[in-house]
Design a protein around this ligand. Structure first.
Ligand SMILES: [Zn+2]
Length: 620
């Protein structure tokens, strides 16, 4: 029985010419050898399995070859070459820094460096994964790297260039190895297949190349794996089964469903995929890639970015013609959002399903799609309930409506925890947008204040959905649901609302928060605000700000509408009222500063002053 050699080793390139996918780089190396312009140290950077060590070995063999060929390759016949090919040459030393990274390992290497070669001209030291060397090992190595003997050449290889010390980088000639393109990988795999008398469908090899993600070594090991699985007849079907790759066909079908707004079919397809043992995350990233591939297929300028085989390429181009650009942009955005939220989601399946529903509805939104705005967070046709969540935003312009919303009592609201409270947030944005008094000068800060609320609001549909137990198998409800969103007053239960109670401390906290975020131009009023302490009066939703002169009173009165809006929103209470009063002559208005406070205390207790002096404390 003959010995089995893995393809990655058996088909390891032995000449620069046969290195796959690194043409520019191998040409440069060959030229350097031909013109005798050799550096003492090289750094080969690049992802794993793209040929760094292989090139280093070919390089070592070639510079020691006694009779190099006309095109600058090693002859593979001279004594040195034979020794190299039989792996018994003393002119090449390989150190794997991942496992030999101590100072002693490096010292040993440095000792060896001194000894000149017996046959050939150069001794080549390949240090693999050089970024793994310890700091002290690096230092021990630096001296040798600086003044190596004439016969020594170092080739350092790393997958993580950024981890290499600048002192090393500056002493090396740097070569960046590329990921090997899918096309090159496929070509090499078919070459190996033909050598091994294996039949392989091009699409199958393409899947292997994609899976290997630019690494030839990985591609060849996957290839071996598939060969042993299929017994020498590699088909597309067998490869996707064996590699747990989701068939392109699923995504093509799914995209058709999206374009035809077939929500139920999309959900059933997802169910099918889950039943096959794929997880949702895998599915959604695959969908993102598919949409991206469709996008690049639309334009002849970007079609080269599509890394698929010829027959599937055709399919992509056909489907791409059916998709509008805004649809693709928005679908990609939705899938990407889903991907980002996937890890933290408690109900992952629902998250994916919601995304599918949203994408399947993109083309129903008519003008919006053409407008190309960012995806709406709405879920219209299938569910009736989300319309409720959206409703207060629709009516926000009308103060009358606003009152209706406020006065509605809800039995649910009391159970809603403060942070997740849907209602006051919604209300708050209502109040903000309903306010006609937003002046130009502070509109910036207003916007900043409103944004957290809007962000929280975005979560609402998801949160609500999960608690509703909605049936998604009833597309006939679509019509009804759509009507209900376009006419906000129809058959809608008003969103639960309740004002939260608050105390002086809460009030002061948000008062200071408001002052703290005022823009620079308003530093004067901000400072004054920070020196004041609003006090709750009467019914405990009204508060009073006491100032010491008429001018200040005027300034603060002008501030009332915006301040009220802000505090209503932050305190989640719609009834917050602010009044301004000029102080009586005897009243102390200013809050005492820290320095003043200390002085007052020190007047009462001399020891405090001593303490300050003793320790050389300073007051700020
Ligand atoms: Zn030779």
């Amino acid at each position: 029985m003959e010995n089995y050699i893995v393809s990655a080793r058996k088909y390891r390139p032995s000449t620069f010419e046969s290195v796959v996918g690194q043409r520019a780089l191998t040409t440069t190396l060959k030229n350097a050898i031909a013109t005798q312009k050799l550096a003492h140290a090289y750094l080969f950077c690049g992802p794993r399995g793209v040929g760094k060590t292989t090139c280093a070995r070919i390089f070592a063999k070639t510079i020691n070859c006694m009779t190099p060929t006309a095109d600058g390759e090693a002859c593979n016949e001279c004594e040195s070459c034979v020794a190299f090919n039989e792996q018994r040459s003393y002119n090449i030393h390989e150190l794997d820094a991942a496992s030999n990274n101590s100072v002693d390992d490096i010292r040993q290497l440095v000792e060896q460096v001194r000894i000149p070669p017996q046959i050939g001209k150069y001794k080549v030291y390949i240090i693999d994964e050089v970024h793994m060397l310890s700091a002290s090992a690096f230092n021990a190595f630096l001296k040798t790297l600086e003044e190596p003997p004439r016969h020594a050449i170092f080739i350092l290889a790393t997958t993580e260039k950024h981890k290499i010390l600048p002192t090393i980088l500056s002493r090396c000639q740097i070569y960046d190895f590329n990921r090997i393109s899918v096309e090159d990988t496929v070509e090499h795999l078919s070459y190996v297949a033909s050598k091994e008398r294996i039949t392989a469908e091009p699409e199958a090899l393409n899947v292997i190349a994609l899976k290997a993600d630019g690494g030839m070594r990985d591609a060849l090991s996957i290839f071996d794996q598939v060969v042993s699985f299929t017994g020498g007849n590699i088909t597309y079907k067998s490869v996707i089964e064996n590699l747990n790759v989701l068939d392109y066909d699923y995504y093509f079908r799914l995209t058709d469903y999206f374009l035809e707004n077939k929500v139920s079919d999309a959900l059933l397809l997802f169910n099918d995929v889950l039943n096959k043992g794929f997880d949702g995350s895998h599915f959604i990233t695959g969908l993102s890639s598919h949409l991206r591939d469709l996008l690049v297929s639309k334009d002849t300028a970007t079609i080269s970015l599509l890394e698929v085989g010829a027959s599937i390429r055709q399919h992509y181009q056909e489907q791409a013609q059916k998709c509008s650009l805004p649809f693709l942009y928005r679908a990609m955005k939705l899938c990407n959002d889903c991907d980002l939220n996937y890890r933290t989601s408690k109900n992952k399946r629902l998250l994916v399903e919601l995304t599918l529903i949203q994408v399947a509805q993109l083309t129903t939104e008519g003008d919006d799609v053409i407008g190309g705005r960012s995806p709406k967070k709405t879920l219209n046709p299938v569910f009736t309930q989300p319309a409720v969540v959206q409703q207060p935003r629709v009516v926000s312009a009308s103060p009358a409506q606003q009152n209706v919303v406020h006065s509605a009592q809800s039995p649910v609201a009391t159970q809603v925890p403060v942070n997740a409270a849907v209602v006051p947030q919604t209300h708050a944005s209502t109040a903000t947008s309903a306010n006609p008094m937003t002046s130009v000068s502070t509109s910036g800060s207003q916007g900043a204040g409103a944004s957290p609320a809007i962000r929280e609001e975005k979560k609402i549909p998801v949160m609500k959905m999960s608690s509703l137990g909605v049936s998604i198998k009833r597309p006939q409800r679509e019509q009804v649901a759509q009507n209900s969103t376009t006419t906000p007053t129809a058959n809608i239960q008003v969103q639960p609302e309740e004002d939260l109670i608050f105390n002086d401390r809460d009030l002061n906290y948000y008062w200071q928060e408001y002052a703290g975020q005022l823009p620079k131009e308003q530093v004067a009023i901000a400072k004054r605000m920070q020196g004041l302490r609003p006090v709750l009066i009467g019914n405990s939703t009204s508060f009073e700000v006491v100032v010491d002169n008429e001018i200040a009173a005027k300034d603060f009165t002008a501030l009332i509408p915006k301040m009220q809006d802000y505090l209503r929103k932050r305190l989640k209470n719609s009834k917050v009222q602010m009044t301004v009063r000029v102080s009586a002559p005897t009243e102390t208005v200013r809050a005492v500063g820290r320095v003043e406070k200390f002085q007052l205390m020190a007047q009462k207790n001399e020891a405090l002053m001593q303490l300050k002096d003793e320790f050389g404390l300073e007051l700020y």
